[in-house]
Design a binder for this molecule. Structure first.
Ligand code: NAD
Length: 498
C-alpha cells in the first residue's frame, strides 16, 4: 500500500480526508487508492527538510557523492520494478520505461554523484591588492519542487538530484495522478544512505499542497515543472517571500525541414519526435514546417508511418504507443481535433478515439493535420498528445520566422544537409535546445530548459547548479592595517583619523 507522505524518513498516510485513485489509463483500473496529503503534511515535511539541512549542507561532497553512487547501484537492481510501476501509473509502453525513463534516470543519478564533487567557484585573487577574494557556492536551503505527470520518475530525478547534490534538502510534490515512483524513490534514497529529511515527498493536490509548499516561508526556492498557466501562479505566489524560482513550462516545438533534408530521416524523426510518450512530452515535435518541394512527400511518408504505429497493451514489449494519461486528457486532445475539423483542417490520418479493444483505455490515434493557418488553435496551443501539424513554407527566412512565431521556446529541430543552413537555424531559432537532424535526445551532461514562456533556469548538467546554489563572495583583508586607505572616505579630517 502506498502512503502519500514520506517525511523525515517515514512513510505516513496523508492527513486530508480525501482519497485519490491512481488509475492505469490503459484499462481504467484503479492501481491504488491513496489518502492524500493536506497543508499540515507540507508543514511537517518542510520542518524535516529544515532540520536535515544543517548536517547535509555541511557534509563533505564525497559523502553526498557516495550516497548517490549507492543509489544508482540500488536502482540498477530495481530497474524492472521501477519500469513496471511507471508503466502502470502512466500507461507508457514498457519498452519506453525500460529503455528510456529508467536508464535515463539512473544515468542522472550517476552524473550528479560525480558532479557533487565538482562544485567550484572561480579562482581566488587579490583584485585590489589588499584583499583576497574567494567564491563559495552554497546550498540555498529547503527546495520545494513540483512535478508533472508525463515523466514522473525522470521529473523527480531532475528535481531531487541537483538540489541534494549541491547540499540542499527537498520537499517534492509529484503530480497526483502519478506519485508511485517518486514515493518509491524517496524510500530508496534513504536505503542508499541519504539521511532522513534530505528527500521528502508529499502527494497532494496542486491547489492545496502545491500552494502551501510554494508559499511556505521556510522554503527558500521553488522549482516547478508543469504548464505555463500554473507556472504563472507559482511565480505569483513566490513573490510574497521573494523566493528563487525555477520554471520549466510548456512547449510547442517546431520541426523545420529544409528542401535539402534527407526526406526519409526527416519523416522518421518527425514520427518518433511527435509520438514519443504519446506526444505528452514538452519537447515533442508538434509543428512541422516543410519547405514546399518536400511538403507532399513528407506528409505522405509521415502518414504511412503513423498508420503503422502499434497501439495496445503497454506491458507488451511490441506496443509502440500507449494511452494518454487520462480520460479527461483524451477528451482534451480530441477537442483540438474536432475544433480543427470545424475550421477546415485536413485530418490526413488518425483523428479519432479508437474502438474495439482499445476502447477500454484513454487511447488516441496518431494524428496528422494539414491545411491549417499558423494562427489556428491547433498550431498555436500545446495539445500534449500524438498530433503533428504540417505547414509548408517557401524561403528559409519564412521557415525560421514560422518556427519562432510562438510564445514558447523550449525545443526545436532543423533538418538539412547544408551545413550553413544548419548553422543559421541553430543560431536563429529561439529555444533552449535546437537539434540538427534529430529531435528528442537528451543527455545528463547538457542542460534542459526553456526561453520565453517555456520558463527559465536549467535542469540537468552543471548548469543546474546555477539554480540550486547561492554564490557568496568572501573578501579577506591581507594587510592587518588598522587604518585602511579607503577610510579617507569617512575620516577626511586627518586629526580625527590620527
Ligand atoms: P500542471 O501545470 O497541470 O501540473 C503540474 C504540477 O503542478 C502538478 O503536480 C500539479 O498538482 C501542480 N499544481 C497544479 N496547480 C497548482 C497550484 N495552483 N500551485 C502549485 N502547484 C500546482 O501540468 P501537468 O498537466 O501535470 O503537466 C503537463 C505540462 O507540463 C505541460 O504543459 C508540459 O509542457 C509541461 N512540462 C514541461 C517540462 C519542461 O521541462 N519544460 C517537462 C515536462 C512537462
Amino acid at each position: 500500500m502506498t502512503l502519500a507522505v514520506f517525511a523525515g524518513g517515514q512513510s505516513t498516510p496523508g492527513s486530508s480526508s480525501e482519497t485519490f485513485d491512481v488509475v492505469n489509463p490503459a484499462d481504467d483500473t484503479v492501481v491504488e487508492s491513496i489518502r492524500i496529503a493536506d497543508p499540515s503534511d507540507v508543514e511537517r515535511a518542510v520542518a524535516c527538510a529544515s532540520a536535515a539541512f544543517g548536517d547535509w549542507s555541511r557534509a563533505a561532497p564525497v559523502e553526498r557523492s557516495t550516497a548517490l553512487h549507492r543509489l544508482a547501484a540500488l536502482l540498477e537492481g530495481k530497474a524492472a520494478a521501477y519500469a513496471a510501476a511507471e508503466t502502470q501509473q502512466t500507461g507508457k509502453p514498457i519498452r519506453l520505461t525500460t529503455e528510456f525513463d529508467v536508464p535515463g534516470s539512473i544515468d542522472n543519478v550517476s552524473f550528479f554523484a560525480g558532479a557533487a564533487r565538482h562544485l567550484e567557484g572561480k579562482a581566488s585573487a587579490e583584485w585590489d591588492g589588499v584583499h583576497t577574494s574567494l567564491i563559495r557556492r552554497e546550498p540555498i536551503g529547503v527546495v520545494g519542487s513540483i512535478a508533472p505527470w508525463n515523466y514522473p520518475l525522470q521529473m523527480a530525478m531532475w528535481k531531487i538530484l541537483p538540489a541534494i547534490s549541491a547540499g540542499n534538502t527537498i520537499v517534492l510534490k509529484p503530480a497526483e495522478m502519478t506519485p508511485l515512483t517518486s514515493l518509491m524513490l524517496a524510500e530508496d534514497c534513504m536505503a542508499a544512505g541519504i539521511p532522513a529529511g534530505v528527500v521528502n515527498v508529499v502527494m497532494g493536490a496542486g491547489r492545496t499542497v502545491g500552494e502551501a509548499l510554494v508559499g511556505h516561508p521556510d522554503v527558500s526556492m521553488v522549482s516547478f515543472t508543469g504548464s505555463t498557466p500554473v507556472g504563472q501562479r507559482v511565480m505569483e505566489l513566490a513573490t510574497a517571500t521573494i523566493k528563487r524560482v525555477h520554471l520549466e513550462l510548456g512547449g510547442k516545438a517546431p520541426f523545420v525541414v529544409f528542401d535539402d533534408a534527407n526526406p526519409e530521416a526527416a519523416a522518421h524523426g518527425a514520427v518518433a519526435g511527435a509520438l514519443i510518450n504519446a506526444g505528452q512530452d514538452c519537447t515533442a515535435a508538434t509543428r512541422a514546417y516543410v519547405q514546399r518541394p518536400l511538403y507532399e512527400a513528407f506528409v505522405s511518408a509521415v502518414a504511412d508511418l503513423f498508420a503503422g504505429v502499434r497501439l495496445g497493451d503497454p506491458t507488451d514489449p511490441a506496443t509502440d504507443m500507449g494511452p494518454l494519461i487520462s480520460r479527461r486528457h483524451q477528451q482534451s486532445v480530441a477537442g483540438f481535433i474536432d475544433r480543427a475539423r470545424g475550421y477546415g483542417a485536413t485530418i490526413v490520418t488518425g483523428g479519432e478515439i479508437p474502438g474495439g479493444d482499445l476502447a477500454r483505455g484513454a487511447f488516441y490515434r496518431p494524428t496528422l493535420v494539414t491545411d491549417v493557418a499558423q494562427d489556428s488553435d491547433i498550431a498555436r496551443n500545446e495539445i500534449f498528445g500524438p498530433v503533428l501539424v504540417v505547414i509548408p513554407f517557401d524561403s528559409d527566412d519564412e521557415g525560421i520566422a514560422l518556427a519562432n512565431d510562438t510564445v514558447y521556446g523550449l525545443a526545436a529541430s532543423a533538418w538539412t544537409t547544408d551545413i550553413f543552413r544548419g548553422l543559421r537555424a541553430q543560431r536563429e531559432i529561439k529555444a533552449g535546445c535546437v537539434w540538427i537532424n534529430d529531435h528528442i535526445p537528451i543527455v545528463s551532461e547538457m542542460p534542459h530548459g526553456g526561453f520565453k514562456q517555456s520558463g527559465f533556469g536549467k535542469d540537468m548538467s552543471m548548469y543546474s547548479f546555477e539554480e540550486y546554489t547561492n554564490v557568496k563572495h568572501v573578501s579577506m583583508d591581507i594587510t592587518g592595517e588598522v587604518r585602511k586607505p579607503w577610510h579617507r572616505t569617512i575620516f577626511a579630517n586627518p586629526e580625527i583619523s590620527q
